[in-house]
Design a protein around this ligand. Structure first.
Ligand SMILES: *Cc1c(COP(=O)(O)O)cnc(C)c1O
Length: 325
């Protein structure tokens, strides 16, 4: 059996998350849609990052680390959940954000509540975080600490294992529901989630195509990242069929005014889902992916059923800053 059974994992998520029919939304779109509720993973306010953090924190503990260093933008779901996961495992969280200090709302408010050490690079360039993470880790080591360092956004092969495991969970639910979806639809950012799902689908010979909708980088860049990460996670787990070329689909065109900013299409999609199914989609990720699904359904030719992965991000629902982060 592959490494999924042997890799150390700390239990942080409440799984399986529900797989729910969305009858009113389906009727509205003319395509059968189901929702996989990874907004209900249970750590903090839920979200997809928790599945990967189960493996990452296990590695941190195995390495004897006493603190965790990572970074992103100040409204990052990743950073907040990494800080929470660190606390759950007794590690001190350190977060580095690009740009200058911004109003304390949404995730940043929660970062403060969890007592993360928060720093800003002072440089709006997202890549400034990468250097700052290393500098901070060096400082901590010099002070006798043992930092566990995770890259901006957290997309690593080990983190992607979370969604290989989730693929197995979904396969069991599909079997129980007698469902054969044509697509598994999700928002893609740093690409770790899609990579895990692609590797998982390949391994399990799943019937569905994994369709990512990019909400930050260009689609071609996402395809390359998903390919890299999916290959790496398949190798790490010793899964058959590591060559996932041809299985990677990333759609663009739904970024709106930019990463982290609300788009009119996204807001309309989130309203539709809230009003038909009573489910909230976050404005930065799931709302935009759903806007893409809605357009595809309305254009016709999208054969269902489709499983839409609700990836969480609840804190940004309350982030009143609608312009740049
Ligand atoms: C991070 C995130 C995503 C995208 O996941 P990646 O693995 O970064 O591609 C989607 N939705 C939400 C709410 C997220 O926080």
């Amino acid at each position: 059996m592959n490494g999924l059974l042997t890799l150390p994992r700390v239990s942080l998520a409440v799984t399986p998350t529900p797989l729910q029919p969305a009858p009113r939304l389906s009727e509205e779109l003319g395509v059968e849609v189901w929702l996989k509720r990874d907004d209900l993973t249970g750590l903090g306010l839920g979200g997809n990052k928790t599945r990967g953090l189960e493996y990452l924190l296990a590695e941190a503990i195995a390495q004897g680390c006493d603190c965790l260093v990572t970074g992103a933008g100040p409204q990052s779901n990743w950073a907040m959940l990494a800080a929470l996961a660190a606390r759950r495992c007794g590690l001190d969280p350190y977060l580095v954000f690009y740009g200058s200090p911004v109003p304390v709302t949404g995730n940043l408010l929660l970062d403060q509540m969890v007592g993360a050490d928060v720093r800003f690079t002072g440089d709006p360039d997202r890549a400034s975080v990468d250097v700052a993470i290393q500098t901070l880790a060096d400082e901590l080591r010099a002070a006798g600490r043992r930092p566990y360092v995770l890259p901006r956004g957290g997309a690593t092969a080990l983190g992607a294992v979370g969604y290989v495991r989730a693929s197995l969970e979904l396969a069991e639910q599909l079997l129980a529901a007698g469902l054969t979806p044509s697509r598994l639809w999700l928002a893609t950012g740093s690409c770790g989630t899609q990579a895990g799902l692609v590797a998982g689908a390949r391994w399990l010979r799943a019937p569905y195509q994994v369709v990512g909708v990019t909400v930050s980088r260009p689609a071609e860049e996402c395809v390359a990242r998903v390919l890299d990460l999916a290959g790496a996670v398949a190798e790490l787990l010793d899964l058959p069929g590591a060559d996932v070329r041809g299985d990677v689909t990333v759609l663009g065109g739904y970024l709106g005014p930019g990463y982290g900013r609300r788009s009119p299409e996204g807001e309309a999609a989130a309203q539709l889902v809230a009003r038909t199914e009573g489910v909230f989609l976050d404005p930065v990720f799931s709302a935009k992916a759903m806007a893409c699904l809605i357009d595809a359904a309305r254009a016709g030719g999208l054969a269902g059923p489709v499983v839409f992965l609700v990836t969480g991000g609840a804190p940004t629902l309350f982030n009143a800053v609608k312009s740049a982060l």
